[in-house]
Design a protein around this ligand. Structure first.
Ligand code: SAJ
Length: 413
């Protein structure tokens, strides 16, 4: 089998490398010239445990090649980003449309095309439309008319957790939504090359919605925990004790409050549901607002603490990553909180982030400094934002004149 993968980022490159290490001849495509060059040298441009070795070996064996253009293949996989349109919460599927346009000239009878990018419902049907417009010589049949298909098309969302991608790619169950039934069968044959999890077949709209639903489920549940943390603070109840007690009920499993929800998935995907059905997606929408409102509430806690100490204060932010034990600072609520506090209290804010050595550009001009945990723990206000294991493994002793704001419940008294 020859495979062409469009998009060699956090999902596309590991997927390409996995296929190549299982005997598939893989041609990867990316618009980023630096990524293409790096991969063709057998190196990687992203951080993911275990990926570097597989890329090095498969490039050396000539099983994996990167390029800026697509080519003829038996199967095509699209793994390009689907960001928001500008400042809005509307999904931008233009990269998916561009990838479909790139692939279309190379399609031939019997080929299978799979879309993996997180997409609003109906995007796979839009890809089918593009193929029909550009290649009227090839039939892509609608549901129930599969015998008339020349090309097979399916949606199969990625569901891997960054940091564990190489093992989750193999072991996770996959949802495979065909534009018609035979397309789901053909796409399942492609993944059967290395996937050990179950290959669950459905139609493309259900598969698209399943990805959005999984991340919305998590967002709604985190929002419930975050809302509880606000209510408990007002009512003078320890939310962590409350949750741990309530979770003793056999059918209750409340998640953990925090400073907000970060990353590129959980804070984004629910909007793809809201934008399609704004009048119906009330709970999903409210969860987004609750989680997006949490950083502001945390900043207010700091202002209240400064008012209480009633003196010039130093503030230490512990953790900047969007979740524990990773170096990923993208869309991290902790970064927004630290940046805003540094702007509000110039020269007074320091931060500890054990997983980075340099602050990202967003802190340029804010005066915020990276310091050691030891130095940070001497600040007047210690704001714990991320439960990294480095912080978990210590039990600091705070003086009477210090205030601890623990957004993760790590060091609560
Ligand atoms: N968070 C909390 N409280 C919790 C759990 C998480 O505040 O109890 C916060 C984290 O601190 C972080 C954010 O939520 O800021 C998201 O972290 P996460 O670990 O829940 O999820 P991601 O974004 O790393 O990965 C998710 C996963 N989806 C689900 O668990 C349903 C992953 O399987 C998906 O593949 C990924 O999104 C994706 O690519 O869509």
């Amino acid at each position: 089998m020859k495979l062409c993968i469009c998009g060699l980022g956090y999902i596309g490159l590991p997927t390409a490398a996995m296929f190549a290490s299982h005997g598939v001849n893989v041609h990867g495509v990316d618009v980023n010239a630096h990524a293409v060059e790096t991969i063709n040298k057998g190196m990687i441009h992203i951080v993911e445990p275990g990926l570097g070795d597989v890329v090095r070996q498969t490039v050396a064996n000539n099983m994996l090649k990167a390029s800026d253009t697509a080519c003829e293949a038996d199967a095509f996989i699209i793994c390009v980003p689907t960001p928001f349109k500008g400042e809005s919460h509307e999904p931008d599927i233009s990269y998916v449309e561009a990838a479909a346009g790139e692939i279309a000239p190379y399609l031939k009878k019997g080929d299978t095309v799979i879309l993996e990018s997180t997409s609003p419902v109906g995007t796979t049907e839009r890809v089918a439309e593009i193929f029909r417009e550009m290649r009227p010589d090839l039939a892509i049949a609608e549901e129930n008319r599969e015998n008339e298909s020349d090309v097979f098309l399916a949606y199969c969302p990625e569901r891997v957790l960054p940091g564990q991608i190489m093992s989750e790619l193999v072991n996770n169950d996959r949802i495979i939504g065909g534009i018609n039934r035979v397309s789901a069968d053909k796409a399942a044959d492609v993944y059967a090359v290395f996937v050990k999890g179950e290959l669950l077949k459905t139609n493309s709209r259900t598969a698209e919605m399943s990805k959005l639903t999984e991340n919305s489920f998590r967002d709604v549940n985190i929002a419930f925990a975050n809302e509880l943390s606000l209510i408990c603070d007002r009512l003078n109840i320890d939310v962590w004790e409350l949750i741990s007690l309530a979770n003793h009920h056999p059918r209750v499993n409340i998640l953990n409050p925090g400073p907000g929800v970060g990353g590129h998935c959980i804070a984004v995907d629910p909007w793809f549901i809201v934008s399609r059905t704004p009048d119906l997606a009330k709970l999903v929408h409210t969860a987004r607002l609750v989680n997006d409102g949490k950083p502001e509430w945390v900043k207010q806690q700091v202002r209240n603490a400064i008012a209480k100490l009633n003196r010039h204060c130093t503030i230490a932010c512990l953790g900047l990553a969007f979740k524990p034990d990773i170096d990923d600072l993208r869309e991290s609520p902790s970064v927004f909180i630290a940046r805003d506090l540094a702007a509000e209290y110039p020269g007074c804010v320091v931060a500890v982030e054990p997983n980075i050595t340099e602050l990202p550009k967003v802190f340029d001009g804010t005066g915020l400094r990276l310091v050691s945990t030891e130095e940070a723990l001497k600040a007047d206000i210690v704001l714990l934002l991320v439960d990294h294991h480095e912080f978990r493994n210590i039990s600091p002793d705070f003086g009477e004149k210090q205030i601890l704001i623990d957004t993760r419940g790590l060091w609560r008294k």
